[in-house]
Ligand binder design. Sequence first.
Ligand code: SAM
Length: 336
Amino acid sequence: MVRSRAVTLSWQGKDHGLAAVDACARGPERTWALSGDGGRLLEGDNLACLRSLAADGTGTVTLAYLDPPFFTNREHTAWLRKAGAPRGSARTRVPAFDDRWRDLPSWLEALGSRLAAARELLAPHGSVVVHVDPKTSHYVRVLGDEIFGDESFASEIVWRYRRWPSKTPNFQRVHDTLLRWRRDPRVAGRWNQPYEPLAASTLATWGTTKQRAVFAENGRRARSSSTDEPTPGVPMGDVWEIGVIAPVARERTGYPSQKPEALLERLVGALSNPGDVVLDPYAGSGTTLAVAHKMGRAFIGIDASPVALETTRARFVALGARLAECAPPALGVATA
Ligand SMILES: C[S@@+](CC[C@H](N)C(=O)[O-])C[C@H]1O[C@@H](n2cnc3c(N)ncnc32)[C@H](O)[C@@H]1O
C-alpha cells in the first residue's frame, strides 16, 4: 500500500528553531485570579506559562484562542488613561508590545511552539483558533496542519470588516483569517450551532417560518414546504461581517490590536459551554477573558506585557470583578 505523504513547511534551520525558543523561556512571573477559580491571569512568556500549566494537568481547556502579533515588524503602543481617570480624560501613549522579528521563520517558530504547547492543554472535545492576517495565514495553515494533523483542520473563518477607505493600486485588505483545528477529530467536538439572519430573498419568498425539504421518490430534494414553526435563521457560514471597534465605543481600551467582543462572543458561544475553560495565551487587553467571564466560562489568560495585564485588570474592575494577585504555587501553577 502506498502511504500518503505529508505536506510540510520548510525553512533553513527549522529543526533547531523550536529548541532555541525553548531555551529562553521562563515560567509565570506573577499571577492574578478571580475568587472561586473562575479565572486566572499569568504574566510571563506564554510558552513557559503554557508548559507550566501542562505540568499541572493537560486536557482541561475547551477553547484556546491565539491572537499573536501579526508580523508587522513594528513596536506597538497603547493610548491609556491614568488608573481611575474618568471617561473622556486625556490618554498618554505607552509602549505595549514589540512585533519586530529577524525574519518570517523566527515568527513561525515562535507561533508553532506555542500552538503545540496549547494543543497539549486541550480536552479531546476542544479546539484551537488562531487569528492571523493574509500576510501569514497560508503559512500558518500548513504549520497548524503539521502540528494537529490535517484531518483535525476544522475551518477557515474570514472576519470581514469595514475600514476607512484608502486608495491604493490594489484591492483594499478588509479581512483577517481565523483558522480552527480540533484536538481529536474522532471525538464529538464542543459545538453550539450559531445562526445568521435569512437572506432578504428567502424572507420575501418564505417569511420567517421554518422550511421543510420535500423529497421525490428517487430521494432527490423536490421542493420546500412551509411550516408554522419560527426559524432561528440559517446555520452560520464562515464569512463573518463584524465591525471593528468604533473610536468612541465603550469597549475600547486604548490597547493596540484589540479585537471586538462581538467576534469573541461568536467563537466562545459556538465552541464552549458555560463552565468550560477558555484559554488566551496572547491576552492583550483581555477581550477573550472578559467575554468568557460574561458568558459564564472560566478563563486562563497569559501576556508578557505589563501594560496588557494592567489593561485587563482595569477591564475586570469595570465589569465589577476583581483579579487579585496571588502566589503562583498557591494556584497549582508550577514555575519553570
Ligand atoms: C495582537 S495582541 C492581542 C490582542 C487581544 N486579542 C485583544 O483583543 O486585546 C498580542 C499580544 O500578545 C502578547 N505577546 C506577544 N508575544 C508574547 C509572548 N511570547 N508571551 C506572552 N505574551 C506575548 C503581546 O504583549 C500582546 O499583548
